[in-house]
Ligand binder design. Structure first.
Ligand code: ADP
Ligand code: S3P
Ligand code: MG
Length: 203
């Protein structure tokens, strides 16, 4: 049989893309769980555009996030964040990494529910602390007690992150393992179990 005659093989990635239609995949969760790094890799796997909401906010404001917080305050940042995410969700399908506070706003959660599949990347306090210590670009953690701040934010936020469609445990395994779990979990959620025909064909 020539290559042209071979049957087209369905792949989990192709199945996911077709089930998404115009919807996006949105990563939510606490600072340091891996939304930006995992999101970029997940988008590459699915051949979708990757957008980081924080980067878009910085571009729109012409300032870094620490500068926005310092000059205009958190409330101003949050309003800009909600607007940027609303705009990005109109342009799907894409993989969107949100900043850790974005999903706390009800209006943003409703928009995400209408236009996307949301994945909560969930990590333990200690994993988060190890990862966020490496950089000083998260203004909320520039406090005398970043550990206490992370504990408080996790208590406030975890029940809300739990409203995401899917949850993946982000832990100290290679990034690509987490990406693989995102693909498997998205596939099961969007496409269901393999049909008996396909299951027997691949046996
Ligand atoms: N599975 C992982 N294993 C090891 N390090 C990770 C993993 N996922 C993310 N990281 C690291 O944690 C740090 C924070 O990740 P980032 O994607 O910026 O998180 P977020 O966008 O959720 O704040 C980065 O240095 C990243 O490489
Ligand atoms: O948790 C938060 O409130 C924030 C998380 C940051 O993004 P990451 O979650 O990508 O670090 C960034 O949006 C800002 O510093 C505020
Ligand atoms: Mg990020």
């Amino acid at each position: 049989m020539s290559d042209a005659e071979l049957p087209v093989q369905a792949s989990p990635e192709a199945d996911i893309l077709s089930a998404l239609g115009g919807r996006s995949i949105v990563l939510v969760g606490m600072m340091g769980v891996g939304k930006s790094t995992i999101g970029r890799r997940l988008a590459a796997r699915l051949k979708l555009t990757f957008v980081d909401a924080d980067t878009e906010i910085e571009a729109a404001a012409g300032m870094t996030i620490p500068e926005i917080f310092e000059r205009h305050g958190e409330q101003h940042f949050r309003d800009g964040e909600a607007r940027v995410i609303a705009r990005l969700l109109e342009g799907g399908p894409l993989v969107l990494a949100t900043g850790g506070g974005a999903f706390m706003r009800e209006e943003t959660r409703s928009r995400i529910a209408a236009k996307a599949i949301s994945i909560w990347l969930r990590a333990d306090h200690d994993v988060i602390m190890r990862r966020v210590r490496r950089r000083a670009d998260r203004p909320l953690l520039q406090t005398p007690d970043p550990e206490g701040t992370v504990t408080r934010l996790l208590t406030e936020r975890e029940p809300v992150y739990g409203k995401a469609d899917l949850t993946i445990a982000s832990r100290e395994v290679p990034h690509d393992k987490i990406v693989e779990e995102c693909i498997e979990t998205l596939h099961a959620y969007l496409c269901g179990p393999p049909s008996a025909d396909i299951a027997s064909a691949v046996r």
